[in-house]
Design a protein around this ligand. Structure first.
Ligand SMILES: [Zn+2]
Length: 324
């Protein structure tokens, strides 16, 4: 039967009802109830996505690999998730930056089927972090929806930054990732050379893959990061016609290494210039822009990104496989 759209329940109570329906559907042998159930399921999904059931196959499946749903800037997260689904954004990774935010990300991921999370200590948040926090990060990594460690890295933007502490925590979290066989999401700002040298020196810890989120460095450096196995994600800033650097970087990166993100609530895209909060609903615009630069169709870009995301973060794949 042409039933190929993943059901995305909003509440766990609804999830149970749907799980029962799907189980029932698999047990049914007679054609009549099977057709009825197909009709019921597709109209129910259509109702949820506010589209005609005839349009179901036109739904794109967009990915936001890096955002912060844990920040309290959105009003109702329930409404936000529903509106993302209406826009076809049905896979969202909410990223922790210290222990409390990582815990909150876990809670959101447990509540919404289409949300996954990462846990980690961000370089600008280290003043209120301690090495004992790594124990809790490790525990969170065991969660079935924790797809990686992040965001971690280096950030020299603020003049009073403690670079040595940043290096220590970055290294410790790369060691943890290596021990747990987890990929990482890396934040790097105003320190291109140091980041590259740090990653080269710790190459052995990168075997499970890494994402340079919101890549802002030169297209000329892409080759160096690629040789270490990097994936790159781009958000709203790449949609501004005047921002030449990210656009040239996207052009330089092989399509099988590209991912889409919003970093919301920050970094609104061109169509929402200056607006706060940004949301994962911006992903279609970001994907469209990326597809244009790569000279491929938007739908193709969507599926390539989904594929790339599952290759780099295998727990995304396991989870979607479990739902089929
Ligand atoms: Zn971020």
């Amino acid at each position: 039967m042409p039933y190929n759209y993943k059901i995305a329940p909003i509440h766990s109570a609804e999830a149970k009802v749907f799980a029962n329906l799907v189980a029932l559907r698999e047990d049914v042998t007679s054609l009549v109830p099977l057709i009825y159930l197909e009709y019921y399921l597709s109209s129910e999904i259509a109702r949820r996505t506010e589209r005609s059931e005839y349009d179901l196959n036109d739904l794109y499946m967009y990915t936001d690999i890096h955002c912060h749903l844990n920040l309290k800037d959105y009003g109702s997260v329930d409404e936000l998730i529903q509106s993302c689904l209406n826009s076809g954004v049905d896979r969202i990774v909410t990223v922790g930056f210290d222990v409390p935010s990582s815990e909150m990300c876990k809670n959101i991921a447990e509540w919404y089927d289409q949300v996954y999370f990462t846990a980690g200590l961000h370089p600008t948040e280290l003043a209120r972090c301690s090495f004992s926090d790594l124990q809790r990060i490790e525990e969170l990594c065991a969660h079935p929806k924790c797809i990686g460690i992040g965001e971690i890295g280096l950030d020299y933007h603020y003049p009073d930054t403690d670079k040595e502490r940043q290096h220590q925590f970055f290294k410790a979290q790369l060691e943890l990732a290596s021990k747990l066989k987890m990929p990482v999401q890396i934040h790097s700002r105003d320190c291109a050379e140091d980041t590259l040298n740090f990653l080269k020196a710790n190459r052995a810890l990168l075997a499970n893959g890494f994402l340079l989120h919101c890549y802002s460095y030169s297209p000329e450096m892409v080759g160096d990061f690629l040789s270490l196995g990097a994936y790159f994600s781009f958000g709203g800033t790449s949609t501004f016609k005047r921002s030449k650097k990210p656009r040239r970087a996207i052009a330089a990166i092989p399509v099988d290494r590209l991912l889409t993100e919003t970093d919301s609530p920050y970094l609104s895209p061109s169509s929402a210039f200056g607006q706060f909060p940004n949301t994962p609903r911006s992903i279609p615009e970001i994907t469209r822009n990326m597809a244009e630069i790569k000279g491929i169709g938007e739908r193709e870009m969507c599926y390539v990104v989904r594929d790339n995301a599952e290759r780099l973060f295998p727990k995304l794949k396991n989870e979607s496989a479990n739902k089929k």
